[in-house]
Design a protein around this ligand. Structure first.
Ligand code: ZN
Ligand code: ZN
Length: 333
């Protein structure tokens, strides 16, 4: 069938109309009629070929929600008309120890939804592996839920991996697409959340999302906190003052760097004398994505969005690139 999409023809280029054919679904595949797709900073990395895995023409988009219109003969977990979501990961080997432990995101056979030979979600339709498509709970709105598939999964898994339970002091560094979801998950699961945000005008939003305290970092990072943090999750894509932030953790506290930041210098004394940890994590395994979506429905967690039509995708990408978005951009078809 014919698919209409927006694609970049070469590295760094604007997206333009691009039509291609997709085959009938293979045994485990399904074809989704895309309803909406979030715009993630990873799409910009792919368009710039920052990770040396992009192939052009490149159709970005990996926060996809839509309805299944065709399924392969072996598909058991979904049926035609189901509303499903697709995130960053297209498939894993499903047989290695990491896959069997539910850590498919750390499998060595890890194909991305949009990279290499695959086309992503800025398109009318997408052919995906049904084993990496997730039912979207009824109460969630498609546009508000689309960013959960990558941004939501990444922060939820990142917080869990750093040891989030409830009743903890948790810091969220940055209040963008990732951060505004991290604040919601951490606060609604019963934690006291401190937001560290550069822009003072975002203070109100932080409180609205569930923060108990907001520190405007353009006015300085405090030397210490009355209640030091168990976990600090970084959602900022730029270099951060790691040494200062590590001071705000309690002994044995964990910093999850999460977002892709350049080379870091390790603050040795925090790690050795206070047994603090610095970790990273990337997206989420399938079981965590299912759990995250259930929690999102139960606690009414959705992304705050700015809506663009597929024709306006370049405007949305520019806005994200230049930090002009107030919320998460989503593209509707
Ligand atoms: Zn993403
Ligand atoms: Zn595997």
């Amino acid at each position: 069938m014919e698919v209409k999409s927006m694609a970049a023809m070469e590295k760094g280029a604007d997206l333009e109309d691009f039509t291609f054919e997709i085959a009938e679904p293979g045994p485990n595949e399904c074809i989704i009629k895309v309803e909406t797709c979030g715009v993630c900073y990873s799409d910009i990395h792919l368009l710039n070929d920052d990770w040396k895995l992009s192939k052009f023409p490149l159709v970005p988009g990996h926060e996809i929600i839509g309805k299944i219109i065709r399924i392969g003969s072996e598909v058991q977990n979904h049926k035609v008309t189901d509303r499903v979501g697709v995130g960053w990961q297209r498939i894993s080997c499903l047989t290695c120890k990491e896959c069997l432990a539910g850590n498919e995101n750390y499998c060595q056979v890890n194909f991305q939804t949009t990279a290499g030979k695959y086309y992503g979600g800025f398109a009318s339709h997408i052919n995906v592996d049904s084993r990496f498509t997730f039912s979207i709970p009824k109460k969630l709105d498609s546009k508000g839920a689309a960013p959960l598939l990558c941004a939501g999964a990444a922060v939820f898994s990142g917080l869990r991996a750093a040891g989030m339970t409830s009743g903890q002091e948790i810091g969220v560094l940055g209040l963008g697409g990732l951060g505004h979801l991290a604040v919601q998950f951490a606060s609604k699961l019963g934690n006291k959340v401190t937001v560290f945000e550069y822009m003072k005008e975002r203070t109100e939003l932080a409180y609205e999302l569930g923060a108990t305290e907001v520190i405007v970092t353009s006015e300085g990072i405090p030397k210490n906190l009355e209640n030091p943090l168990s976990i600090l999750i970084n959602t900022v894509n730029k270099p951060i003052d790691l040494r200062s932030y590590m001071r705000l953790l309690k002994p044995k506290g964990t910093m999850n760097l999460l977002a892709s930041i350049p080379m870091i210098e390790i603050p040795y004394s925090s790690i050795v004398y206070q047994q603090k940890r610095i970790m990273g994590s990337v997206i989420a395994g399938r079981s965590e994505i299912v759990e995250m979506l259930q929690i999102a429905e139960r606690y009414n967690i959705e992304a705050y969005i700015e809506d663009y039509h597929l024709d306006e995708v370049n405007v949305a990408i520019d806005a994200l690139k230049n930090a002009k978005l107030k919320y998460r951009a989503v593209i509707t078809m």
